[in-house]
Design a protein around this ligand. Structure first.
Ligand SMILES: Cc1cc2nc3c(=O)[nH]c(=O)nc-3n(C[C@H](O)[C@H](O)[C@H](O)COP(=O)(O)OP(=O)(O)OC[C@H]3O[C@@H](n4cnc5c(N)ncnc54)[C@H](O)[C@@H]3O)c2cc1C
Length: 421
């Protein structure tokens, strides 16, 4: 049996943030997860509030009314200050992180409007600096640059949809030699880490560009040194260059994972990936320990505090079974937000707000799970949000992970000794 001050279940944004902040507060923390989370799939931006339901220009201005109107939304439990504070924390960790020079840009006061892979404009509060040059508010024409080697990114489709949104844009292709027919953004990002290769690429691209065009490239500008690769390209091309999120795998999302993992480890926290929680030991109204299975080997973790950051339906932590019964699969906790009996669970339009989307683990006003007094719930496991239509998933994960760590540290006395008591 391993003993910690806090065990975090899940290594997505919410779990890594909670783990890093608990460790920074002096707690002995272990983050256990069956795999990586949505970081490797999502664009790596922190979307705080994009739609409410109309497009939000300023999350800072919209959040107070949004929270008042939705008492059961995670943001209503967290409050605007927790959201703002968590953004500041993340910016600082990015700057102190393992990727030299890499920064996040943006503020809660104004959403940037950035192109998606298909040229739809996405509102986001905090974004990698390598993406910020795609903001629709910036002047100038856009050249979207693709390559037949990256099959999931179509420059002409992206540019066409940007034109429909009122941005003067054109798509162009540039050949990139690849070793594998199914090369993805990560494979190409490794090429961009190579200064010589980058120089040759920039020379071939420069002759295709027109004056006053900024350049949008799929998000693959460097895996190891994205700031170096991106700023070098800007210099060589003499204009703004920006990354456009791709289909998974997401290179900027993987950078965010590395930054958060590094913050956790720097503060002394431990991360165990490949460890699925398969059993729970209860002690009255509390969780005493969890067992994980990794490579056929069971390990038990005991702690006075647990943070459930296992995600929702997308990660498999919440499921609707073949009898139409919904379960929280990790700790067996009660759920909230289920449609009442007889009410529809789904609606026919794929992109419409789905009634099941608001389901999550029932919590009190301070993120504590109903029926398990030493479990804090964070991220996509929380009920009340519709992250896909609100564009709020990463903001909720960041702010709730931060707040849960703060509450655990405060309840445990704010010291490692207190946390362990
Ligand atoms: C493809 C995709 C695109 C997205 N795009 C956006 C976007 O553009 N904007 C936005 O705001 N949000 C987006 N999101 C949503 C956003 O990424 C999530 O809402 C947010 O990251 C949730 O983070 P989380 O840490 O709560 O959960 P997750 O990232 O889902 O992490 C859950 C973690 O729990 C672990 N886990 C699950 N069960 C167990 C178990 N039994 N034992 C141990 N570990 C377990 C998983 O392995 C994982 O590590 C997207 C999500 C996806 C999947």
């Amino acid at each position: 049996m391993l003993h910690y001050d806090a065990v975090v279940i899940g290594a997505g944004t919410a779990g890594l943030v909670a783990g890093a902040r608990l460790a920074e507060g002096g707690a002995r923390v272990c983050v256990v997860a069956k795999g990586v989370g949505s970081t490797h799939l999502a664009p790596g931006t922190i979307d705080v509030l994009g739609y409410a339901p109309d497009r939000v220009a300023s999350p800072a201005a919209a959040l107070p009314e949004f929270m008042t109107a939705r008492a059961d939304h995670p943001y209503a439990l967290l409050g605007p200050d927790a959201v703002a504070e968590s953004l500041g924390w993340l910016k600082a960790r990015v700057e102190a992180g393992p990727l030299p020079g890499y920064r996040y840009a943006g503020e809660l006061d104004r959403n940037l409007l950035l192109p998606s892979a298909i040229g739809a404009l996405r509102p986001s509060a905090l974004v990698p600096e390598t993406m910020a040059g795609g903001d629709a508010a910036l002047p100038g024409r856009v050249a979207v640059v693709g390559s037949r080697s990256l099959r999931d990114f179509h420059a002409s489709l992206c540019a066409g949809n940007l034109r429909r949104a009122g941005i003067e844009a054109r798509g162009l292709e540039i050949d990139i030699d690849v070793e594998r027919a199914d090369e993805n953004a990560l494979g190409l990002a490794r090429r961009f880490d190579d200064a010589g290769w980058r120089a040759a690429f920039a020379a071939r691209l420069a002759i295709k560009l027109q004056a006053d065009e900024r350049v949008g490239l799929p998000a693959m500008l460097g895996a190891r040194d994205p700031h170096g690769a991106w700023s070098d390209l800007e210099q060589r091309l003499g204009r703004r260059v920006f990354e456009i999120p791709t289909l998974p795998p997401s290179v900027p999302g993987m950078r965010l994972f590395e930054i958060l993992r590094s913050a956790l480890r720097r503060a002394g926290g431990r991360l165990v990936i490949g460890a699925e929680v398969v059993d729970v030991e209860r002690s009255g109204q509390a969780i005493a320990a969890v067992s994980t299975r990794a490579g056929g080997h069971d390990v038990r973790y005991a702690a006075p505090w647990f943070v459930l950051a296992a995600g929702g339906f997308a990660s498999g932590a919440i499921e609707l079974d073949s009898h139409w019964v919904t379960h929280e699969r990790v700790l067996g906790l009660p759920l909230r937000g289920l449609p009442a009996p007889g009410e529809p669970r789904f609606v026919a339009e794929y992109l419409a707000e789905q009634p099941m989307a608001r389901v999550g683990v029932a919590v009190d006003g301070e993120l504590r799970a109903e029926g398990a007094e030493n479990v804090m719930v964070v991220g996509a496991a929380l009920p009340g949000a519709v992250p896909w239509s609100e564009a709020s998933g990463e903001g909720i994960a960041l702010a709730s992970g931060s707040r849960a760590a703060e509450l655990v540290l405060a309840r445990a006395g704010g010291t490692p000794a207190g946390a362990a008591a």
